[in-house]
Design a protein around this ligand. Structure first.
Ligand code: TPP
Ligand code: MG
Length: 524
């Protein structure tokens, strides 16, 4: 049956498994809202398109499905560019569908007109295209979903001219048969196996792309030590005696890596934000496993490069490890001592936060999913908070955007349908997107929102001090955060002790709406 294209698009998305769309309507994209309910899709109304974009990101990270945002021409799309750039750097499948003007070359001064909307989105997305016909819209959506599945997932922007959204169109074609990955065949790991047979101190570095529940068994069987990136936490389990944890950013990790006689890095960019130094520190063969040729060809001098996804690699490796004798060069004692030293080092760098982190972790269910912002609390926590499950801590890693945590956590909580989800933000960063509290209240999300209020932009103040700049522009007047949360209809707590904090956090996970939990460094 013919319907306006705007409505057909929602049906097409629904047929491809989309059950939630985050967005904001306007007169330009209202046709996209005609079919949402009929298609069985839930819409979450953000308070700012940046919020909608981060919600789509948080939803995608929690569900593994693409996150979709509906926004208007011009300012609506521009407001989502920051989240789209964040999704690009962290390889998150986000699809932004917006309206656009029908004609811009000869008509100036139209509502929401800008110079080059398609081009603007192209600067931060994998691609940005305009669908001038219904067939083009369907083709682009199909392509986006196919690429999310088959290639490194990255955000895409599709814009549809207003007249097209309004015009009657036939339904989209049935979903394509899912394509089979070429790389689905077992990667050839023979050279890796020969090296493993010789290695005394093999070391794995597991990133967010390592995705497999076999890693614990693999490293145990091989007697291998491991590091994870922040995004790779939870792949092996904190109680594995040879797990150095997410401590790559400790300068001393270079020496440990240098002492390994085989290093295998899986599904990690080994980027600046993973290492905070140029060189990994290895002095031996580096094996690199990744889907992305750009990662394989970077400056880390990998001797063996395998183009494979982490899941297939782990599967093939596991089926071949039986014949490999476990290595004996690492000792659990060495790992424990090193970790204790690094923990003390991290504690000394940002004093006073570690006891709060430990107490918080003890009160959080092991399967909680955590969304953190750019705050000292999270920088330290990411290093010392061992995760029970992989892909349960999400941070605006690559792009480093303040204001990520709350909206992304809302998107995550929506995807998780009641499973424990928590937000951690700093006092300053919270200002960026705090209006999205209204969404969390509206949806009745049982979301603890931890605010770490050190009264300033502390990370920046300390950086200025290190650079011998007299700190300035690093103090903002904060609102009464608890009163503000209450004004939005959220609950709040300002615990004076760590025990009170734990009680507040436990209660927040089962509350009928969000709870802002206000912490200051005075807490004891
Ligand atoms: C969009 C954006 N603007 C600016 C920055 C730079 N920046 C990083 S941390 C920070 C201060 C954050 O202060 P707060 O949230 O209070 O955390 P704290 O460091 O005090 O724990 C700023 C301004 C950024 N990361 N993102
Ligand atoms: Mg602060």
């Amino acid at each position: 049956m013919k319907k306006p294209l705007g409505a057909q698009i929602s049906h097409m998305l629904s047929d491809r498994g989309v059950d939630v769309i985050f967005g904001i309507p306007g007169v330009h994209n209202q046709e996209m809202y005609r079919g949402i309910e009929e298609a069985g899709i839930r819409h979450v109304l953000a308070r700012h398109e940046q919020g909608a974009g981060f919600m789509a990101d948080g939803y995608a990270r929690a569900s593994g499905k693409p996150g979709v945002a509906y926004v208007i021409t011009g300012p609506g799309l521009l407001n989502t560019l920051t989240p789209l750039a964040q999704a690009y750097s962290d390889s998150v499948p986000v699809l932004a569908i917006s309206s656009c003007l029908d004609e811009t070359a000869s008509r100036k001064g139209q509502l929401h007109q800008m110079r080059d909307q398609e081009g603007a989105a192209a600067t931060v997305c994998d691609w940005s295209e305009t669908a001038h016909t219904a067939a083009a819209a369907y083709g682009l959506i199909e392509r986006a979903f196919e690429e999310f599945e088959l290639a490194r997932p990255r955000p895409k922007a599709i814009q549809v001219p207003i007249a097209q959204l309004e015009a009657l169109a036939d339904p989209a074609p049935f979903p394509n048969q899912p394509a089979l990955r070429l790389t689905a065949q077992d990667p050839d790991i023979a050279p890796v196996l020969s090296l493993l047979n010789l290695a005394r101190r093999p070391l794995f570095i597991l990133g967010g792309g390592a995705r497999s529940n076999l890693w614990r068994q693999i490293v145990t069987q091989l007697g291998a030590a491991c590091f994870t990136t922040y995004a790779g936490r939870g792949q092996v389990g904190a109680d594995y005696p040879l797990n150095f944890g997410a401590t790559l950013a400790r300068p001393g990790s270079a020496a440990v890596i240098g002492s390994a006689d085989l290093v295998i890095a899986v599904g990690t960019e080994l980027a600046e934000v993973d290492l905070w130094r140029e060189d990994l520190g290895h002095s031996t063969t580096l094996v690199r496993v990744d889907l992305d040729p750009q990662v394989l060809s970077d400056g880390q001098r990998a001797l063996i490069k395998l183009q494979a996804d982490g899941t297939s690699f782990a599967k093939t490796l596991w089926s071949a490890t039986e014949g490999v004798k476990p290595a004996t060069g690492w000792s659990a004692e060495e790992v424990t001592k090193t970790r204790a030293r690094w923990r003390a080092e991290a504690d000394a760098e940002r004093p006073g936060i570690l006891p709060v982190i430990d107490a918080l972790r003890a009160a959080v269910p092991p399967d909680a999913m955590i969304y953190s912002d750019m705050t000292q609390f999270a920088y330290l926590a990411k290093e010392v908070w061992d995760m029970h499950y992989p892909h349960h801590w999400h941070h605006p890693t690559g792009f480093g955007t303040l204001g990520y945590a709350l909206p992304a956590g809302i998107g995550g909580a929506v995807a998780r349908g009641g499973k424990p989800t928590m937000v951690i933000a700093g006092d300053y960063g919270f200002h960026y997107t705090m209006q999205e509290l209204g969404v969390a209240v509206e949806l009745g999300l049982s979301l603890p929102i931890i605010i770490w209020d050190n009264g300033k932009l502390k990370e920046i103040e300390e950086s200025m001090q290190r650079a011998q700049i007299a700190p300035n522009a690093v103090i903002a007047r904060n609102p009464d955060f608890c009163a503000m949360a209450n004004a939005f209809g959220a609950a709040s707590a300002a615990p004076a002790s760590l025990t009170e904090m734990q009680e507040a956090v436990r209660a927040a996970f089962t509350a009928k709406g969000p709870t802002l939990i206000y912490l200051t460094p005075d807490i004891v």
